[in-house]
Design a protein around this ligand. Structure first.
Ligand code: ADP
Ligand code: MG
Length: 236
């Protein structure tokens, strides 16, 4: 599978959030590392077709996603960084609601939801209101909804933000167990989140890729040191 971004530029008034960004994602986990304001969330939004670029194109399996339209969305699972609040909804209702948005209904949805809650270890919390979940449980329920419909492309924007170390490990383990036949894109500013699980890593800042790393083959410098070297002057 191939998700190709070609010369993507996205501006907000005077700020260039993505600056002629090109990259091809394939199956496996790609970590997108960069400080706050680097353009990670904008990138995730473009990939999930939530916002349109000012310039450039995204191709999935060679087809322009603008031409694919709604058909493209069914290939994508998304865990956004800014989570809307569903605090009054139970975990199960939240999952059914998200499933309905993906066009899944009835028994089919029920079976997938049960499987996914099992997978993220939330079966016992199905009837708990979202607002009463711990940070880690909430993030895990958000990962579960992103997995509804078994998408080919999974986009997780800062999936461990705000979690304690134990919860971070739990979320990382779930991500690691995802099928390696998916294109998984994870953004983070925490090196440890993707260390040991990413097949490819891109470092970005000011809307551009500043370094690509293949952690399996390139061990000349550990990730933390690379991150420090590239971003030591940045605010975290
Ligand atoms: P990251 O996720 O890496 O922190 P973002 O993609 O959120 O980066 O932001 C990139 C740049 O674009 C930042 O300078 C940010 O302030 C700006 N930006 C992001 N979203 C908006 C928006 N909706 N309106 C105006 N500026 C934005
Ligand atoms: Mg962000």
């Amino acid at each position: 599978m191939e998700l190709r971004l070609e010369n993507i530029t996205k501006k907000y008034r005077t700020i260039t959030a993505l600056d002629d960004f090109s990259y091809t994602f394939n199956e496996g986990i790609c970590g997108v590392l960069g400080p706050n304001g680097a353009g990670k969330s904008t990138l995730m939004n473009i990939i999930t077709d939530g916002i349109k670029p000012d310039e450039g194109h995204v191709f999935f399996e060679g087809d322009d996603i603008i031409k694919m339209g709604r058909r493209y969305r069914f290939h994508v699972g998304y865990m956004p960084q800014q989570q809307s609040v569903f605090s009054g909804m139970t975990v199960k209702h939240f999952m059914f609601y998200m499933a309905s948005l993906k066009g899944m209904r009835g028994l089919d949805a029920g079976k997938s939801i049960a499987d996914l809650l099992e997978r993220v270890n939330l079966t016992g919390r199905a009837d708990t209101p979202m607002g009463q979940l711990s940070g880690g449980m909430k993030q895990r329920s958000l990962i579960a909804q992103a997995l509804l419909g078994d998408p080919d492309i999974l986009v997780l924007d800062e999936p461990t933000a705000g979690l304690d170390p134990k919860e971070r490990v739990h979320v990382r383990t779930i991500i690691k167990e995802l099928s390696n036949t998916k294109i998984v894109i994870i953004s983070t500013h925490i090196v440890a989140d993707i260390e040991n699980i990413a097949d490819d890593i891109i470092f970005m800042n000011h809307g551009k890729i500043i370094l690509k790393k293949d952690p399996g083959h390139d061990n000349t410098e550990d990730l933390e040191s690379t991150y420090m070297r590239l971003f030591e002057d940045e605010e975290q």
